[in-house]
Design a binder for this molecule. Structure first.
Ligand SMILES: [Zn+2]
Length: 379
């Protein structure tokens, strides 16, 4: 009898917990509205037809639904509305209809379709030179910024050549083989606390880098080489990392613009993807707005500079997200998700600045790289 009661109670509590979990999940699907920001309009007058600088911004996992969720949450407007030239990118990889961030990143960095998991290598695992490396060869300044670990798939694809995205320590070591001017993101442990016992932070310092871990110190650096390693692994969510992405992007631009020949900078809003994986509209919106505000900083720089091409795109869509309802008055967004993974959906491409008119219509993700290289490297 006692056993029966205990069993009944425990079954009831399991059932109740399941119910409560389901409730909590659904709550994450609704963004109730929050802080908004003013969106400025920038002029479309540029000094040249060929860009001296390129800023490539990647919203990881950012499809049209993620953009529109952000637009609704900011009560009807985003900085992205400044772009006049737009297209769609087909994101499939060499071995899969649905890409991951490594193959997606390598398509953008090196212009080759490769297998899921590949970092800067082609489908046969041969290293392929990236636009960042080609820019270096030409004497341009280069930089990478991300809200994930800087050794994570997307930024890694621009600087490293490894068969697998999981080789974080090998990827970190690849940074030392280059002459990159600025990189800011998480991943301190992949440089400092390594299984092979090497201390790459010391090596970076020997190579002339200032290595800093606090954004307050990072943002003060105006010249020279900078390695900003802002977290042991990934940076936290918005409430923890604050304006890290905006400040890091501005810091990188300040340093890179000193090179008279020009620069290439990749900036990744890494966690829009994680919001999609979690099926959380709250997470998607927070990171989408953080990314869009950073797009605003890049637009401000490009508008003032007049010789900078700014491209904003994504490596793939995440979550199969749909926007089921929204309210422009209070910023409420109701999202729904059809998968916990990525989808094969095409993603938007936005371009502003000299050369922007080339980024229209349907294109392969690899075409984005080819168009950038024609404008920045081959000119
Ligand atoms: Zn993902």
């Amino acid at each position: 009898m006692i056993l029966m009661i205990a069993l009944t109670i425990s079954l009831f509590s399991v059932a109740q917990n399941t119910y409560m979990d389901a409730e909590a999940e659904n709550e994450e699907k609704i963004y109730k509205g929050g802080e908004t920001y003013e969106v400025k309009t920038f002029p479309h007058k540029f000094k040249t037809d060929n860009p001296k600088n390129i800023i490539l911004m990647i919203g990881d996992g950012m499809g049209v639904a993620q953009v529109y969720a952000g637009l609704t949450a900011n009560k009807g407007h985003l900085f992205l509305e400044n772009f006049k030239y737009m297209g769609f990118s087909k994101t499939y990889s060499s071995d899969n209809y649905i890409t991951d961030s490594a193959a997606g990143g390598t398509a953008l960095s090196a212009g080759v379709k490769t297998y899921n998991g590949a970092i800067g290598v082609d489908a046969e695992k041969n290293p392929v030179k990236t636009i960042l490396e080609k820019a270096e060869d030409k004497g341009l300044a280069t930089g990478l910024v991300s809200t994930s670990s800087i050794t994570h798939a997307t930024p890694a694809s621009f600087i490293a050549h490894q068969e697998s995205r999981n080789q974080y320590e090998d990827i970190a070591a690849d940074f030392l083989k280059t002459d990159i001017d600025v990189f800011i993101g998480g991943g301190y442990n992949h440089f400092a606390n390594r299984e092979d016992g090497q201390n790459l932070v010391e090596k970076l310092e020997e190579n002339g880098y200032k290595v800093e871990q606090e954004m307050s110190a990072i943002s003060k650096i105006k010249k020279g080489k900078l390695a900003g390693l802002t977290a042991p692994a990934h940076n936290g969510r918005m409430e923890e990392r604050g304006e890290m992405l905006e400040v890091a992007t501005e810091t990188a631009l300040n340093i890179l613009k000193r090179n008279k020949k020009g620069f290439f900078l990749m900036v990744e809003g890494s966690q829009i993807d994680w919001g999609g994986h979690a099926g959380s509209t709250i997470y998607v919106v927070e990171d989408m707005l953080d990314f869009d505000k950073t797009v605003g900083k890049a637009l401000e720089f490009a508008a003032k500079d007049g010789e900078t091409l700014l491209i904003v795109t994504s490596d793939h869509e995440t979550g199969g997200m749909a926007v089921l309802n929204g309210d422009f008055n209070n910023g409420m967004v109701v999202g729904e998700y059809t998968t916990g993974g990525h989808t094969g959906l095409m993603v938007p491409v936005f371009a502003y600045g000299p050369g922007a008119e080339k980024f229209i219509g349907f294109m392969e993700n690899t075409d984005i790289n080819k168009k950038m290289e024609e404008l920045l490297i081959k000119n």
